[in-house]
Design a protein around this ligand. Structure first.
Ligand SMILES: NC(=O)c1ccc[n+]([C@@H]2O[C@H](COP(=O)([O-])OP(=O)(O)OC[C@H]3O[C@@H](n4cnc5c(N)ncnc54)[C@H](O)[C@@H]3O)[C@@H](O)[C@H]2O)c1
Length: 327
């Protein structure tokens, strides 16, 4: 029997890309799952395969509403907080909504969990917390000044977590995700992430846009590694592992241009004419960090994290999924 089989876990943002994969894994491990989502960027299609599972409950609601948060906590043993309005450019365009959801909503979740007597909260933070810190690889103890409203909201979640740990004795674990990708990540809309955007354009035989010259680099992290880290963080019994923030990444980086070339190469297995498509270079985006690469030593040492799927293998799995699901 898994250590999660007696647990009831609230997954906020459970209908989103990352949250829905976490719900799947928790159910597979025998946990009860309550998924709270307002579908602002999530989709029913990500979770509908779980709707007939008696251990799965969907609450359509908003984390900005404290009463909704309180109701969602009833009977739960843990919280896995993924709900947020993602995207740096969206936060530059609309900092108010990003602030309401990511700061007020996060505080609502933390405080209602405290009131419900829940001790362990694992929450999604972000590599954007590193801001203007120039050194690579990024180590958890050294962050700079945030470069976007989104980064401020994620850093604020970490600061609140610290307070909930020190003042209320809660076991808070923050996960600084580095460019997560994989099946179900939404390619639609102006705020889509780079991998699904490139894949969708290429499948439609259109030129994807690259912001800048393509030399910016990222530590792309396949979804399965992120899910694994959430499970480890929810279940760790090590006292010294709580009250901290961890990089969740692979510890490798790819430039955006190399990413484009790799995706194009993988897609030519499905359609040879994609090989001829060239990218279009447009202006760099304000608020973007030029380079991002994580040290994953802390997560390895304290939680036992060990990413199993490296970026190139992950890309080939993701592309197969997009080819089968975007056609
Ligand atoms: N994808 C990445 O590369 C990445 C990187 C760093 C951090 N993160 C963080 O990981 C988490 C999950 O991101 P994702 O990529 O799965 O994004 P996503 O947009 O697919 O998922 C977010 C989910 O939260 C829900 N949500 C948003 N506002 C809500 C609200 N007010 N009330 C209830 N539900 C709400 C959305 O409907 C969606 O289902 C977010 O906190 C995000 O900031 C993601």
């Amino acid at each position: 029997m898994s250590e999660l089989s007696n647990c009831k876990i609230l997954v906020t943002g459970g209908a989103g890309f990352i949250g829905s994969h976490i719900c799947d894994k928790l159910l597979e491990k025998g946990a009860e799952v309550v998924c709270l989502d307002n579908f602002i960027t999530g989709h029913l299609r990500n979770i509908e395969h779980n709707q007939s599972n008696p251990k799965f409950k969907l609450i359509e609601g908003d984390i900005r509403d404290i009463e909704t948060c309180k109701k969602a906590m009833i009977g739960c043993t843990h919280v896995c907080h993924q709900a947020a309005l993602g995207s740096v450019p969206r936060s530059v365009k609309d900092p108010l909504t990003t602030n309401e959801i990511n700061i007020t909503g996060t505080l609502n979740i933390f405080f209602s969990a405290y009131e419900a007597g829940i001790k362990r909260i694992v929450f999604a933070s972000s590599s954007s917390c590193y801001g203007d810190e120039p050194n690579l690889p990024k180590v958890e103890s050294k962050i700079g000044i945030p470069l976007s409203p989104y980064a401020i909201t994620k850093f604020s979640g970490e600061l609140y977590a610290r307070i909930f740990n020190s003042l209320y004795g809660m076991e808070m674990i923050g996960l600084r995700y580095f460019n997560v990708f994989g099946p179900r990540q939404d390619p639609e809309g102006m705020y889509a992430a780079v991998i699904p955007k490139f894949v969708q354009s290429l499948i439609k035989e259109k030129s994807p846009e690259i912001n800048g010259d393509g030399s910016y680099s990222r530590d792309f992290t396949f979804i399965e590694n992120v899910v694994e880290m959430n499970i480890l963080a929810l279940t760790t019994t090590s006292k010294e592992a709580t009250g901290l923030n961890y990089n969740v990444a692979c510890g490798q980086r790819l430039t955006i241009l190399d990413l484009f070339l790799e995706i194009r190469l993988l897609l030519t297995d499905f359609n040879l004419s994609i090989a001829k498509i060239k990218p279009i270079h447009v202006d760099p985006r304000p608020g973007d960090i030029p380079h991002s690469l994580a040290s994953i030593d802390l997560a390895k040492d304290l939680i036992g994290y060990n990413p199993k799927i490296m970026p190139k293998e992950g890309l080939s799995l993701a592309i197969k999924w997009y080819w089968e699901n975007l056609q």
